[in-house]
Write a protein that binds this ligand. Structure first.
Ligand code: DAK
Length: 261
């Protein structure tokens, strides 16, 4: 990374086939201002379009993944400004990323920070990670999916307690409740998440993309619809060169040479 990037509030870096996006606003515990959100969504979309990237990785600092939306920026907002500002659309664009997104989460993941973590497809948490939705403390409610994604992830009872009573989940509790994939020492959370993202990036791109799409849709569809959707995507993989190569390599007892097509 060069110096200009180090001065910026969102840093980008390619590590092999992983596109890394880092929130870098330490003075505000990585609070997600409009400008940070715009930059981080644009950076993720750029890597989503980059044929040399197979997986995306989103992280913050060891102290804070993100301590929420920027409260100081929101304080005076009117409903009309909120609706017309394009803020919601930025979050919608995160949902449309086609490549898997791994979150490397350490320290505070509160409010919009927790919601951002939940936009990731997998989360590697440092043992210091803390997840919470404290919006009611400042007179509002989660606005970027918290009431919906948290409830789906940890169940109604825990989601209610987090949103209504300010309960925070430590990393181990988050793991036990299925909110994160694994908990690792804080010294190595980024490297562990990078290794997971690199493992995904090494896999055949078409299959990975379609598999993500199918799993994401599982939350919305009935079992009948989901199975039919999965079947169509499954058939589609047989149009990819990597399916032919993967199965041929298995038969020939050699490592496959995937091309991403
Ligand atoms: N916004 C702005 N600044 C923040 C911040 C935040 N969310 N969190 C921390 N900071 C700033 C502090 O103001 C302080 O700055 P200075 O006063 O030094 O200038 C600096 O970061 C260090 O924070 P503290 O001094 O407070 O540090 P502590 O270790 O004592 O406490 C803390 C850490 C994370 C417990 C505390 O900072 C805290 O409670 N922060 C607020 C957490 C919170 O309530 N988060 C939820 C915010 S509401 C939307 C999408 C999403 C959202 C809204 C709309 N749309 C799509 C429209 C989301 C809303 C939210 O997230």
């Amino acid at each position: 990374m060069n110096e200009t990037m180090l001065r910026d509030e969102v840093l980008i870096d390619k590590s092999g086939a992983v596109g890394v996006v880092r929130i870098n606003r330490p003075q505000a515990l990585n609070a997600l201002s409009f400008s940070v959100m715009e930059k981080l969504v644009a950076a993720l979309e750029m890597y989503d379009q980059d044929a040399a990237v197979g997986c995306l990785l989103l992280t913050g600092s060891e102290r804070a993944f993100a301590a929420g939306a920027d409260i100081k920026e929101l304080e005076a907002a009117t409903p009309v400004e909120m609706a017309l500002s394009g803020r919601m659309e930025l979050w919608d664009r995160l949902r449309r990323l086609r490549k898997p997104l791994v979150g490397a989460v350490s320290g505070f993941a509160l409010g919009g920070g927790c919601e951002l973590a939940m936009c990731c497809d997998m989360i590697v948490a440092s043992e210091t990670a803390v997840f919470g939705q404290p919006e009611t403390d400042i007179g509002t409610i989660p606005g970027a999916g918290g009431t919906q994604r948290l409830t789906r992830a940890v169940g109604k009872a825990v989601a209610m307690e987090m949103i209504l009573a300010g309960r925070r989940l430590g990393a181990r509790e988050a793991l036990a409740l299925g909110l994160v994939n694994r908990v690792v020492p804080s010294e190595s959370f980024f490297e562990e998440a990078l290794a997971l993202a690199a493992a995904v990036a090494a896999k055949p791109a078409v299959a990975v993309r379609l598999a993500k799409e199918a799993v994401v849709r599982a939350g919305d569809l009935s079992l009948e619809e989901g199975l039919a959707f999965e079947r169509k995507l499954f058939y589609l993989t047989f149009a990819s060169a990597d399916q032919k190569e993967g199965m041929k390599a298995f038969r020939e007892k050699r490592r496959p040479a995937f091309t991403g097509s």
